[in-house]
Design a protein around this ligand. Structure first.
Ligand code: GRF
Length: 191
């Protein structure tokens, strides 16, 4: 069975979407480990409630190299097919990405290449865009730049705020992430 390691930093609703998809049989991969760079991330609680192994590797007050060396060791120990960044708020260093070419995926709340980086919803509103969406992409050495796997579009209403946009985007993100994992699983089966 294929294996996934999920990296998180916060609330973990995208992780929950994967957990729910696994429980519903919509994806088959085993979520082998959830790693958080923040001790109090609710995502860790979600993983524990689902009986998934967790590891907290605190990034704060720690040298980036030594932080990512620990993450790399923890990930490699699991021998995963894919690594999912689900609200993981750290940029992976080049040498980490190079270990897993086209095997790390990220969910981002915009139609990349528009609005990469932080505060994508705010960026869309500031640009007076009439639509936005979400993207699941492979992670390369840039920030939110890797090959796109899937996107979902969402209209922006004149009344939208960052919060309303973020909350309407979230269910789309969840669906997009689950579908992307389904695609990867199907591709693996085809060989
Ligand atoms: C999502 O909007 C995701 O696209 C972004 O960070 C947020 C994480 O949400 N990268 P959650 O922790 O999965 O609830």
């Amino acid at each position: 069975m294929s294996r996934i390691v999920v990296l998180v930093s916060g609330r973990g609703s995208n992780l929950q979407a994967l957990i729910d998809a696994k429980n519903a049989g919509a994806i088959t991969s085993d979520i082998a480990l959830v790693i958080s760079n923040k001790e109090n991330a609710y995502a860790i609680e979600r993983a524990r409630l689902a009986g998934i192994s967790t590891q907290v590797i605190v990034s704060k007050n720690q040298d980036n190299n030594s932080f990512f060396a620990q993450v790399l060791a923890a990930v490699q120990q699991q021998n995963p097919n894919w690594i999912v960044l689900a609200g993981f708020m750290k940029i992976l260093p080049k040498d980490f990405v190079q270990v897993f070419p086209n095997r790390i995926i990220n969910i981002h709340p915009s139609l990349l290449p528009q609005f990469p980086g932080l505060n994508a919803q705010q960026q869309a509103l500031t640009a007076q865009a009439t639509e936005t969406g979400c993207t699941v992409h492979f992670v390369d050495e840039g920030c939110d730049t890797g090959p796109i796997i899937l996107q979902k579009r969402l209209p922006i209403f004149p009344s939208d705020t960052v919060d309303s946009l973020a909350s309407r985007l979230l269910p789309l993100e969840h669906a997009c992430l689950v579908e992307a994992v389904q695609l990867l699983e199907a591709r693996l089966l085809k060989g």
